[in-house]
Design a protein around this ligand. Structure first.
Ligand code: DGT
Ligand code: CA
Ligand code: CA
Ligand code: ZN
Length: 580
């Protein structure tokens, strides 16, 4: 497999994470240098594998020593420094640093003093109250770690990989498998295709009449670090990070039955199979067939199998055995959102925000080129100390937006802001300035550990403010790293419905916020309005739209309730009315 930019970015990120442990700090010079290089590689539009040392160094963010490591990876498929660090810090040890309250320094300290090598060890040390005795720790930090372990489900066989790690890897694998001459089609299935936010393992199904060379090529991929099972049509491997990948090669005529089976969920399969049995048929990974004659009724596509069973096609994101088969039988499935339905993006940053990475001109021009009808520029607000715009900067940006409106008459540009919801529900700036914006997102960016009642009050206060159009990434979770604030969901949904305040479905793969479970909880409510927003900080991030859309689908969200699917006039009218 040729080295891809995504593959290079992934190994550099791993190197950065390992260096955090080696240097005992996420802020060290080298860690920051690697992270800058990760961002630079992700944003490159040229192919890293074809670049020379001097071309690499010419890219902003890539230094000479990082360029050497990139070349080493392109030429040999690995980086010696990474190999050495992997031995010193195996995946189960690195995983400790995903627990809130355990930084790289603490992990190394716990290993040195308490022999903690993995989460099981840490649980035992917490249970024996040994962690609180470490330098710089106490009963409070120990408690926090104990709760975080429970809430993240980081123990034993429950170990799951966050979707933002699994998805790019799976996409890349499918692309390289699909590129093999013997393969007609390939797709990832399992929980990843259902768009769960964490993944147990990656399941790939490929259609081919020659499984042998396909298996050979798969096992030889550079991402494969250990082969744990190999067969003619099924193999399982592990990546260096310990993530399992299963590949199954099936006959092209059975591709539909196989992808249906391996997408699951198990519960969905069980209910589908029962429907087949009720009709005197069998359903397995090869075909839907007559139970007596074995004659194949359908196997080539998923759609034909659903149709034969008297069902509308069921989108993969819905296949959890939570009423979707019944809904498909009675034509009561929600009208799901498609990427093409989205007409505006209502949460967009530029370099005016400290963490933005594309200029305002680029962000606007790209939105226009992508055919959006409207966008809201929502820089961070002044209470976010390192990042936010002062009042003077807000006024200065307003002038820039006037200039850009003249340059892009086909695009409606709203002057917005991403406000910070304070611990007591207070917002930035003053009321006059807040009401002068065209559009306000209000988000929680701090105080993630307050008690539930206070978090609820805080959200309710922001929802009640007339300037606030939408609550941004409402739980504040970072999948696999930060659990998200606890609040009374029904109280927040009621208030959002009463005030006409929208709830955001944030598209970042490590956020997916609101989470699908909460959207599903709200699925009977026709009185709520959602917006699917990319929260882009760079022009490339507009592409993240697909993830927010997929998350909305998993949440059974009906597209009629998603305000940024509405035509411009209807949207603008609604946006204006909710600011009163
Ligand atoms: P994961 O990997 O834990 O995130 O979840 P899945 O859903 O990807 O589960 P996995 O990888 O064990 O199996 C992939 C699919 O294969 C699963 O969604 C449905 C199907 N499957 C696996 N085991 C069974 C089973 O015992 N019965 C049925 N009906 N289907 C199964
Ligand atoms: Ca799986
Ligand atoms: Ca599997
Ligand atoms: Zn934002």
């Amino acid at each position: 497999m040729a080295t891809t930019n995504a593959g290079v970015a992934r190994i550099l990120q791993e190197l950065a994470d390992l260096m955090k442990l080696e240097e005992g700090s996420p802020q060290s010079f080298r860690v920051r240098a690697y992270e800058k290089a990760v961002a630079a590689v992700r944003e490159l539009t040229t192919d890293v594998a074809e670049m020379s040392q001097s071309q690499l160094v010419a890219v902003g963010g890539i230094g000479a020593s990082t360029a050497k490591k990139i070349l080493e990876f392109v030429n040999t498929g690995s980086i010696e420094r990474v190999e050495k660090l992997r031995e010193k810090y195996p995946p189960e040890f690195v995983e400790l640093t995903r627990i809130p309250g355990v930084g790289p320094k603490t992990a190394v300290l716990m290993r040195a003093h308490l022999g903690v090598e993995n989460v099981e060890h840490l649980k035992a040390a917490v249970a024996a109250n040994k962690v609180r005795e470490l330098p710089g720790m106490g009963a409070k930090s120990e408690d926090k770690i104990a709760r975080a372990i429970e809430r993240l489900g980081l123990h034993g066989k429950d170990r799951r990989t966050p979707i933002q790690q699994a998805m790019p890897l799976a996409r890349e694998l499918v692309a390289s498998i699909e590129a093999l001459p013997e393969v007609r089609r390939a797709t990832y299935c399992g929980s990843l295709r259902r768009f769960r936010d964490t993944i147990g393992d990656i399941d790939i199904v490929a259609a081919s009449t020659e499984p042998e060379p396909v298996m050979e090529a798969f096992l030889a991929l550079p991402v494969v670090s250990e082969v744990i099972g190999r067969g003619d049509t099924k193999s399982s491997v592990l990546t260096a990070a310990g993530l399992q990948i299963d590949l199954r090669v099936v006959a092209p005529s059975e591709f539909g039955a196989a992808t249906l089976y391996f997408t699951g969920s198990k519960q969905h399969n069980i209910e589908l199979r029962q429907r087949a049995i009720d009709r005197g048929w069998t359903l397995n990974e090869y075909a839907l067939a007559d139970a007596e004659t074995d004659e194949v009724i359908s196997s080539r596509t998923e759609k034909s199998i659903y149709e034969a069973l008297g069902l509308r096609y069921i989108a993969a994101e819905l296949r959890e055995g939570t009423g979707e088969i019944e809904a498909a039988a009675t034509k009561a499935l929600p009208r799901l959102v498609e990427v093409g339905d989205i007409k505006g993006d209502l949460h967009v940053h530029s370099t005016w925000s400290g963490d933005g990475r594309s200029s305002l001109d680029e962000m606007v021009a790209t939105a226009a080129a992508r055919g959006l009808e409207y966008i809201a520029i929502t820089e961070h607000a002044e209470n976010l100390a390192i990042n936010g715009l002062s009042r003077d900067e807000v006024a200065a940006e307003a002038k820039e937006l006037d200039r850009l409106r003249d340059a892009h008459p086909e695009l409606t540009i709203l002057h917005g802001s991403e406000l910070n919801i304070g611990p007591d529900g207070g917002l930035d700036y003053d009321n006059d300035l807040l009401m002068a914006f065209d559009w306000c997102v209000a988000s929680v960016h701090s105080h993630f550990d307050l008690p539930q009642a206070q978090q609820t009050d805080r959200l309710l206060a922001a929802i009640a403010h007339p300037a606030v159009n939408v609550i941004g990434h409402p739980t504040g979770r970072m999948i696999g790293r930060r659990p998200g604030i606890e609040f009374d969901l029904d109280a927040v949904l009621d208030a959002a419905a009463d005030t006409g305040t929208a709830l955001e479905i944030n598209c970042h793969l490590d956020r997916l916020d609101l989470p699908a479970e909460m959207l599903r909880h709200a699925r009977e409510r026709r009185d709520l309005t959602f917006v699917i927003s990319t929260d882009s900080h760079h022009i490339r991030e507009y592409d993240h739209l697909q993830w927010g859309v997929a998350n909305s689908r998993r949440g059974w969200v009906d597209r009629r309730q998603v305000a940024n699917t509405w035509p411009r006039d209807r949207f603008l009218e609604w946006a204006r009315l909710t600011r009163a």
